[in-house]
Write a protein that binds this ligand. Structure first.
Ligand SMILES: [Zn+2]
Length: 198
C-alpha cells in the first residue's frame, strides 16, 4: 500500500488564514501532513507527501501526480490511496465565527473512499473527545460528499479532511496547541492504519 498525503493550498494562496492573519492554512496543512507521513514511515508504512513544495501546486498537477502513482501499464491500481489535509472556514476570513467540528469529504457514490473516511471518523471520535464531529448520514455513512476536484479526478480512493475552523477562536486555540496538533496527527495515522488492516 502506498499512502499519499496532500496538504491543501500554498504560500501564495489568497485568503485561507485567520481573520487576524496569525494562522495560515497552507502552513498548518504542511506541518500536519509532514508529521502524518513521518509517523506512518516510522511504523513501516510507505507514505509520502504529494506536494513537498511550499507553493500552491495546481489541482490539475496534484491529480496528475496522484494518478501517475496509481497507474501501472496504463491501468489504475488499488494499492494506493490519498488523504488531503485542510482546515475549514465558516466565512471569508473577514471576521470571527463560532464554528467548531471535524469532518471528512468523499466524492459521490459508494466506494473504497467511504470505507477510508469511516475509518478516519472512528479514529477522530477516539482522538477528539469532547469535540464535535460533523456528519452526514443521509447516504448511510458519516462523511460528506462533494465534487471537489481532487476527489473527483483521482483514480484512487481519496478523502479530504477539514480539521476544525481557522476563523473560530475556540477551534483555533485547539488547532494551534500541541495537544490539538498531536490529536489531529494521531487520528489520521490511526485511521489510515485501521483502513489498511481492514
Ligand atoms: Zn483548504
Amino acid at each position: 500500500m502506498k499512502i499519499l498525503i496532500d496538504n491543501g493550498h500554498g504560500i501564495e494562496t489568497p485568503g485561507k488564514r485567520s481573520p487576524d492573519g496569525r494562522f495560515r492554512e497552507y502552513k498548518y496543512n504542511r506541518e500536519i501532513a509532514s508529521a502524518i507521513v513521518q509517523h506512518l514511515c516510522l511504523r513501516g508504512y510507505d507514505a509520502e507527501l504529494l506536494v513537498p513544495e511550499e507553493q500552491d501546486i495546481s489541482l490539475k498537477e496534484r491529480v496528475r501526480r496522484a494518478n501517475q502513482k496509481t497507474c501501472r501499464f496504463g491501468h489504475p491500481v488499488t494499492d494506493t490511496f490519498l488523504v488531503s489535509i485542510h482546515v475549514n472556514a465558516a466565512g471569508k476570513g473577514d471576521r470571527w465565527y463560532n464554528a467548531t467540528g471535524w469532518c471528512a469529504y468523499t466524492y459521490y457514490g459508494h466506494s473504497e473512499s467511504d470505507r477510508l473516511a469511516s475509518s478516519l471518523y472512528n479514529a477522530a471520535e477516539k482522538h477528539l473527545p469532547g469535540h464535535r464531529l460533523r456528519t452526514d448520514f443521509s447516504d448511510g455513512d458519516p462523511d460528506y460528499e462533494a465534487p471537489f476536484y481532487l476527489l473527483k479526478h483521482t483514480y484512487c480512493a481519496a478523502v479530504l479532511t477539514e480539521n476544525g475552523f481557522m476563523d473560530s477562536e475556540v477551534s483555533l486555540s485547539f488547532l494551534e496547541s500541541d495537544e490539538g496538533k498531536k490529536a489531529i496527527v494521531a487520528l489520521h495515522v490511526e485511521g489510515i492504519i485501521d483502513y489498511i488492516k481492514g
